[in-house]
Design a protein around this ligand. Structure first.
Ligand code: ZN
Length: 869
């Protein structure tokens, strides 16, 4: 056993290699949950059946055990072992009925895990990954599947009583209480159990599945938010149809319920038939919700719905397999979103997230394999690597197989494993068997950390008319994973005639066989060379089209070639990729900005009217945080920020007339499609900020005018941002006005906090004002994240005292109050060791000081890893 010593004593590391199946299965569980103002009583009855030799291990945390009865006999204290984490009963017969009664305290549960009070009128659960053990004693592990029957009882002031499955019975208890009994006919692990007790209203709809099942759809929220549930309802129906069409998967219960709560640690949770959502991922209304947030609602609704097959019906054997369900489900929701709006822009946005979150994570001290092999606290592994890199692994296999074979592979996976708790190996094996293509080499992607670098060299031979590409892959070694292996890298590529801009048909013969199929070369070795025939002139080479693998590309493009790709690439994603490569050279390698400016001026005026959404994304400039992740030592945030500012100023000046035209001539209300309107709003927001930068006197007036007259939140926030961040004379007035208008709209108010925290000159006094504000609330993770998100978006401020002290202070506060959130927040500082001195030493000292004080497994594991560099 590997042990880490910390302030609370000893912390145990859990290893994948130590997995053993449970000694007992649970055939059936009856839960009886009675909620009172100052405590709740939970009784459970388990019917257990021996599978293997060994003791019955029931996990339980923070439970006050009242009694335990086995086969009708109450156990004396010497007949079981109980500690802070588990209750062990030895020498049990092969079949037994175990009854327990415990008292729990959801009303004072601030960790938002297990059953907790989420505001004055609502109790909800969050049981993934290990929350169920805070409700009752149970083999709380994903490989124990059971049929749940749940009785929920509470005061009549909470009219809504929900649990998974079908409603069997309701009734009253005395004069002021009532109950409901629910039964979920499907077998599920405890992490998918949910119940809800509260005072909520409901939006109802219906959906008929392709199999003819009539499903009642219900979204529960507080009364004033019900009108904001329409977009989510539509997205739910669209997702149900999409999964039938693309994966042949239909829904399997007679109802599907979604409950919105503002007190939630994460985005949402896929509990069987009873999803629980952060309000930020379900409420959507253009008057209070930005376009980006609306797109997020649609994708999270789809994500949780898709889990019904990838996650619920086929679940994980253990928590090391988390990316089995998360990676695949993210890939599925990304594909859904691609179909919903613009595939190119969706891919752009997904790759942006990957590069700005997952790449830095994988380059720092918290780097881990998508399927980790050890952990202290599994909650710390709901990471960009598990989710986003996991999705890229599924995507690579899908790219390689093509639509038809990928579908045969997933069909086989559902056929083999429906109703089971499985591993990543079983997923890859089923995909291979169904498609007839051996994909086992992709397991390496799941098992090792780090972003590979793909180095490519090209040599053109005019006489032989050949183009030779030499490929080499490498990955930085990792102290915990010293021997890293080559991974299979699908490289989607195209060759363009440098003069005409036309694409060559690929004719590739090398020593063995034709290796480039449908424009994709599968590179599996450490090094390889391929040769294309019939290439008379030196072509322009487009590599990693559609970002066919999550790698860093090292290819010696000239700026002119990248500008060429920006003009001639045939899809928007590849055009975007060319802009980002150009910008990285300008911002990190001191290339001249001229080629970029000219290319943008050629492309944008034509593109903007046709595809405003894509045009808005081509204007993306890598964020300071992403740029920082490319700098491994002597990082000076001010320096990066200055360079980025200088570039934006040039862009503002160079295309001054274009910005004016965009702002004046483009009207979102004249667009046919939502995606077009969204594109126009995005472009006009960029134009406004460019005009303000340019020092154009009209910019503030336009922004103020837009702020006052629009009813659309994307526009209102765009205008407010320009005024506030540029310290315009109208800034105070719009901030005060926004507060008055939206003080009762929590998600809009989050934006108000965020914009102020992200002020370029935010200092300690301003941040202190925000955190002392009456509406700042440590019990609402969304509000905390509004401030941390704003601060972290300005690395210059983040790495000053204002930022470091905010994050260290928060980690201390949350260590006990809400360790899941505390551990997540402190990760923002994980690249401290790249800073130039003296800053590096100062931040390190602050982290060491924190390390000495914290106690939760979550924060301890995170800070320990951050300092073990
Ligand atoms: Zn998920």
């Amino acid at each position: 056993m590997n042990i880490a010593v910390n302030a609370s004593g000893v912390t145990e590391t859990i290893y994948l290699k130590d997995y053993t199946p449970p000694a007992f299965a649970v055939q059936d569980i009856h839960l009886d949950i009675r909620v009172f103002d100052d405590h709740s009583i939970v009784r459970s009855t388990l019917q257990v059946q021996r599978q293997h030799p060994g003791d019955l291990i029931l996990l339980g945390r923070d439970l006050q055990l009242q009694r335990i009865v086995v086969n009708g006999q109450q156990l004396a204290e010497n007949q079981y072992q109980l500690d802070a984490e588990q209750l062990i009963i030895a020498e049990l017969p092969d079949q037994a009925i175990i009854e327990t009664e415990v008292i729990i305290h959801p009303e004072s549960n601030t960790q938002l895990e297990g059953l907790y009070q989420a505001g004055s009128d609502l109790f909800v659960t969050q049981n993934e990954p290990e929350g169920f053990r805070k409700i009752t004693f149970y083999p709380d592990r994903p490989d124990v599947l059971s049929v749940f029957t749940t009785r929920v009882e509470a005061d009549l002031k909470y009219p809504v009583l929900l649990a998974n499955g079908n409603l069997l019975e309701t009734g009253t208890v005395g004069s002021d209480r009532h109950y409901a009994i629910w039964q979920d006919p499907t077998q599920k692990p405890s992490y998918l159990f949910a119940c809800v007790i509260g005072n909520l209203q409901v939006l109802k709809d219906r959906y008929t599945t392709i199999e003819g099942r009539d499903v009642a759809l219900e979204i529960y929220a507080v009364e004033k938010d019900i009108p904001k549930c329409q977009i989510a309802m539509q997205a739910l129906k669209d997702s149900m149809r999409w999964d039938e069409e693309h994966y042949g998967r239909a829904y399997d219960l007679d109802n599907y319920m979604i409950v919105a709560t503002s007190a939630f640690n994460m985005g949402a949770m896929e509990n069987k038939g009873l999803n629980i959502f952060n309000t930020s991922c379900v409420l959507a209304d253009p008057e209070v919700t930005t376009d980006a947030a609306i797109m997020r609602v649609q994708s999270v609704i789809a994500h949780e719905y898709f889990h019904n097959w990838t996650g619920n019906r086929i679940t994980c054997r253990d928590w090391f397999q988390l990316c089995l369900k998360e990676g695949l489900t993210v890939f599925r929701d990304q594909s859904f979103s691609e179909d919903l709006q613009s595939p190119a822009v969706q891919r752009i946005d997904d790759v942006s997230v990957l590069k700005s979150h997952q790449f830095p994570e994988d380059a720092g001290p918290l780097s881990h394999p998508p399927r980790p092999d050890h952990f202290v606290e599994i909650n710390n592994f709901y990471t960009a690597t598990v989710y986003e890199k996991g999705a890229e692994i599924s995507r690579m296999m899908a790219t390689l197989l093509g639509k038809e074979k990928f579908r045969q592979g997933t069909d086989e996976y559902f056929y083999r494993h429906d109703g089971q708790a499985v591993t990543v190996e079983e997923w890859v094996a089923a995909l291979s068997a169904g498609s007839g293509v051996d994909l086992s080499a992709f397991l390496t992607w799941y098992n090792q950390p780090g972003t590979p670098t793909l180095a490519v060299q090209a040599a053109h031979d005019a006489q032989a008319k050949t183009l030779t590409l030499h490929f080499k892959q490498s990955i930085k070694s990792h102290h915990k994973y010293p021997s890293l292996k080559a991974v299979p890298i699908p490289v989607a590529l195209a060759l363009f005639d440098a003069e005409s801009g036309e694409q060559f048909t690929l004719d590739c013969t090398d020593l063995f066989e034709n290796q480039v199929k449908d424009g994709v070369y599968l590179f599996t070795q450490e090094q390889a060379t391929i040769t294309f025939q019939q290439i008379a002139q030196k072509p322009v080479i487009s590599l990693l089209r559609n970002f066919s693998a999550p790698v860093n590309l090292d290819f010696d493009y000239s700026d002119a070639e990248l500008a060429f790709l920006l003009r001639h690439e045939t899809n928007g994603f590849n055009q975007w990729q060319a802009t980002q490569a150009l910008l990285e050279r300008i911002l990190l390698q001191d290339h001249s900005v001229d080629v970029y400016l000219q290319a943008m001026q050629q492309v944008l005026p034509q593109l903007a009217p046709q595809d405003p959404l894509l045009a808005s994304r081509l204007l993306d400039v890598p964020t300071e945080s992403y740029l920082a992740s490319r700098i491994d030592q002597n990082y000076q945030p001010e320096f990066v920020a200055e360079k980025r500012e200088a570039l934006l100023n040039k862009l503002a000046q160079f295309m001054g007339d274009f910005w004016k035209e965009i702002y004046q001539d483009f009207d979102p209300d004249q667009q046919q499609e939502f995606s077009q309107a969204m594109g126009v709003r995005a472009l006009r927001n960029i134009a406004l900020s460019m005009l303000a930068r340019h020092g154009d006197t009209c910019a503030f007036d336009w922004a103020f005018n837009l702020y006052q007259h629009t009813t659309n939140m994307t526009e209102r926030l765009g205008a407010m941002r320009v005024l506030v961040w540029n310290n315009a004379p109208q800034a105070e007035q719009v901030l005060a006005d926004f507060y008055q208008r939206f003080k009762d709209e929590a998600l809009a108010l989050d934006q108000w906090f965020m914009i102020q925290a992200a002020h370029p000159q935010a200092d300690q006094q301003q941040i202190a004002q925000l955190t002392a504000h009456a509406d700042y609330d440590l019990g609402t993770p969304n509000r905390i994240r509004a401030v941390t998100g704003g601060l972290a978006s300005r690395p210059v401020n983040l790495w000053q005292n204002v930022g470091v002290e905010h994050f260290i202070g928060l980690a201390k506060l949350m260590d006990e109050k809400n360790p899941i959130v505390g551990a997540r927040m402190i990760q923002v500082l994980s690249r401290w060791y790249t800073l130039a001195e003296p800053r590096q030493h100062e931040v390190k000292a602050a982290l060491q000081q924190l390390q000495a004080e914290v106690k939760s497994k979550n924060v301890v594991e995170t800070v320990n890893s951050m300092l073990a560099i």
